[in-house]
Design a protein around this ligand. Structure first.
Ligand SMILES: C[S@@+](CC[C@H](N)C(=O)[O-])C[C@H]1O[C@@H](n2cnc3c(N)ncnc32)[C@H](O)[C@@H]1O
Length: 280
C-alpha cells in the first residue's frame, strides 16, 4: 500500500446505520478506525476551535463515499461523480474529439485506442477518454484515492442500469490498485498499451491561494509524485503509439525529457511523445 503521513489523520464514518457494514469493511482494508455519528459530532465540535489541522473523514452517506475535512468549513466533500455534475455536462457538451485531451491521445472516428492511465486520481481524464470510446485501464496506488474512485465507478456502473450510454462507457473502464511502475515492469509485450497517459501531481503552486481548497487537500493526501520521471522512462518502452504527459502550462518537461510536440492550453499542457504513426 502507498501511504503517507496523511493516513494517520483519517477516520471512517457513516451517516445511516445501514452503511455501517460498508464503513467497517473499508476500515478493515485500509486499517483505519471507524467512528459513529456521535463521535463525529464531538470531533467536529472540538475541531472548530482547534489550531492544528484535525484531519479528514472518509464518510459513507446516501450519495456514496466522500473525503471531508473534520474542520467542516475548510472545504466541501471530495467525491467521484460520473453520473451527474461536471462529468456528465462534459460528456454531453464537452466538444468530443475536438478536446485537447482527445487530440493528445489521438482518439478519432477511426481510432479508439487502448489506453493505460498510470495516474488515475479521481478518474476525470480517464472518464473523458472512455466517453470518447477508448478502452481504459486505470492504475491508482494511493488507497484513499483508490477507495473514492472505486466507489464512484461502482455508482456509475449502477446508474448505467437506467442509462445505456453510461453503461457502455463504464464497460470500457477497469481499475487496478497498484503502483504503475510495478504494473509496467511486469507487463507482457502482448499487453503493451496503444497509448500510455500520465498526469502526476503538479508541483505545489507558489500562490497556493489560487488552487482550489479541495485540490490542496487532495495534494496533502497524495503528496508529490516525485518518482514520475522514472515512470515516463518505463512508459516510453511499453506503449505502441504514444505516451502523453499532462503538465501545468508553466511546468518543465517531466524528467527533463523533451516531447515530440506539445498542445498548450491556458493552464494545462499535454506533452506528446510520438513513438509510431497512429493507425488511420
Ligand atoms: C494529479 S492526480 C491524477 C488526476 C487524474 N488525471 C484525474 O483526472 O482525476 C495523480 C494521481 O496519480 C497517482 N499516482 C502517482 N504516481 C502513481 C504510480 N506510480 N502508480 C499509481 N498511481 C500513481 C496519485 O496517487 C494521484 O492520485
Amino acid at each position: 500500500m502507498w501511504l503517507n503521513n496523511a493516513m494517520t489523520s483519517i477516520k471512517i464514518s457513516f451517516t445511516e446505520s445501514h452503511l455501517q457494514p460498508l464503513a467497517e469493511q473499508l476500515g478493515r482494508s485500509l486499517v483505519l478506525p471507524v467512528i459513529n455519528a456521535q463521535e463525529v459530532d464531538n470531533m467536529c465540535r472540538a475541531a472548530a476551535s482547534a489550531q492544528e489541522n484535525p484531519g479528514f473523514l472518509l464518510e459513507f452517506d446516501l450519495h456514496g463515499l466522500s473525503l471531508l475535512p473534520v474542520k467542516r468549513k475548510q472545504h466541501g466533500p471530495i467525491r467521484c461523480e460520473f453520473d451527474s455534475g461536471a462529468n456528465t455536462h462534459r460528456r454531453k457538451f464537452g466538444g468530443g474529439n475536438g478536446q485537447a485531451i482527445a487530440k493528445a491521445v489521438g482518439v478519432s472516428g477511426k481510432f479508439s485506442p487502448r489506453v493505460v492511465d498510470l495516474t488515475a486520481g479521481l478518474g476525470g481524464d480517464a472518464f473523458v477518454l472512455a466517453s470518447l470510446g477508448c478502452e481504459m485501464t486505470l492504475l491508482e496506488r494511493n488507497p484513499i484515492v483508490h477507495s473514492l474512485l472505486r466507489d464512484g465507478l461502482d455508482r456509475a456502473i449502477a446508474a448505467g442500469a437506467d442509462d445505456s450510454e453510461l453503461a457502455q462507457i463504464m464497460s470500457r473502464v477497469s481499475l487496478i490498485e497498484q503502483d504503475s511502475k510495478s504494473y509496467l515492469s511486469h507487463l507482457a509485450p502482448e499487453n503493451y498499451a496503444d497509448i500510455i497517459y500520465l498526469d502526476p501531481m503538479f508541483p505545489e503552486r507558489k500562490k497556493s491561494a489560487k488552487a482550489k481548497k479541495e485540490m490542496q487537500a487532495f495534494h496533502g493526501i497524495v503528496g508529490a509524485d516525485d518518482d514520475a520521471a522514472g515512470l515516463l522512462e518505463l512508459a516510453l518502452e511499453r506503449a505502441h503509439f504514444r505516451v502523453v504527459v499532462k503538465r501545468s502550462a508553466s511546468a518543465e518537461h517531466l524528467g527533463g525529457i523533451a516531447p515530440t510536440y506539445s498542445l498548450e492550453g491556458k493552464s494545462t499542457r499535454f506533452d506528446i511523445f510520438a513513438l509510431n504513426k497512429l493507425p488511420t
